[in-house]
Design a protein around this ligand. Structure first.
Ligand code: ADE
Ligand code: ZN
Length: 337
């Protein structure tokens, strides 16, 4: 039996987390009141009741409505700090987090409001919680590529000094394939940024293949459907690409019918560098440690699996080799205690 305490003590990185998806109902209600934003809920229970999804789009509709309460730089600071505080409790030592700038600029906020609040909180998070952090901005794939290119231009001042290290691709997957964003991803690579993309969450294995071959991504977000194609699995392994897998998200968005069917163990058995992540914890019922506990129980994972998952989160990160080695050594040290 792998204990929760052991999973907590293992140093872990979280590589797939949408900051706007960590907006807890309590903070949502408080910010709605402070910023005088009308929301169709009277109580926190009513908010939670609304979080019932049968597919990705059901969630996205509520997620974009929810982020409307975020109005000031300090709102984004508070949101990000609360996430880091929870992550610290879960034994997270490093995070590579997403935000959706278009979800904010589309409703009239300047790009800097979200970006500056988040960047400041991530910097303070290092001294407050000892957590290192990198920031990735995602393009909303349901919008045209021209909008992504415009967002890219707004973000350019944040690249040179590493305040934003990468770009990603999220939102409604089906019907919005990776090739729609080839130009903006090429521009990101030329600017020296890391690139990731949600692929194979609801979309087919071909979307994963195209994200790899056309967008030339450095890491795959979700990637569940890659398992449908053995030659793709071999290719992912040959390229050494990690997968950021999100068990409780997959359950709540009905990507899997139940956690016993979750592909994580099969991914590990296929030698894929699969990692565990929380995606949108305020909406899906759990932060990183909750995901580890739930999937370990459902799939009867052993201590060896769990150690491998912690190590994968470090090797799959964008940390440099010496930082990776330091965390890997610490995982080894804790594993033999
Ligand atoms: N945006 C936030 N969470 C997402 C998810 N799981 N898939 C696609 N887009 C998202
Ligand atoms: Zn996601």
């Amino acid at each position: 039996m792998v204990t929760t305490d052991f999973m907590r003590r293992l140093p872990k990185a979280e590589l797939h987390l949408h900051l706007e998806g960590s907006l807890e109902p309590e903070m949502l209600m408080a910010l709605a009141k402070k910023n005088k934003v009308d929301i169709p809920f009277q109580t926190i229970d009513e908010v939670r009741q609304a979080y019932q999804f049968t597919q990705l789009q059901d969630f996205l509709d509520i997620y974009y409505a929810g982020m409307n309460v975020l109005r000031t730089e300090s709102d984004f600071y508070e949101l990000t700090t609360a996430y880091l505080q929870q992550s610290h409790k879960d034994g997270v030592v490093h995070v590579e987090v997403f935000f959706d700038p278009q979800g904010h600029t589309e409703r009239g906020l300047p790009f800097q409001v979200a970006a500056d609040g988040i960047v400041r909180a991530l910097r303070d998070g290092k001294s407050k919680f000892g957590i290192t952090a990198q920031l990735i901005m995602c393009f909303l794939r349901h919008l045209p590529e021209a909008d992504a290119l415009q967002t890219f231009a707004q973000a350019e001042p944040y690249f040179a000094d590493g305040r934003i290290v990468g770009v990603g691709l999220d939102s409604s997957e089906l019907g919005n394939p990776p090739e729609k964003f080839e130009r903006v991803f090429k521009r990101a690579r030329l600017a020296g940024l890391k690139t990731v993309a949600h692929a194979g969450e609801e979309g087919p294995a071909a979307y994963v293949r195209n994200a790899i071959e056309l967008l030339k991504i450095d890491r795959i977000d979700h990637g569940n459907r890659a398992l449908d194609d053995p030659s793709l699995i071999a290719d992912i392994n040959r390229r050494g690409l990690a997968l950021t897998v999100c068990p409780l998200s997959n359950l709540r968005l009905r990507v899997v019918d139940d956690l016993q069917q979750h592909p994580l163990k099969r991914m590990l058995e296929a030698d894929l560098c699969a990692t565990v992540n929380s995606d949108d914890p305020a909406y899906f019922g759990g932060y990183l440690l909750d995901n580890f506990v739930a999937v370990t129980e459902a799939l009867q994972l052993t201590k060896i699996h769990v150690i491998q998952l912690a190590k994968n989160s470090i090797t799959g990160s964008f940390l440099d080799d010496s930082q990776k080695q330091r965390h890997l050594n610490e995982i080894d040290r804790i594993s033999v205690l």
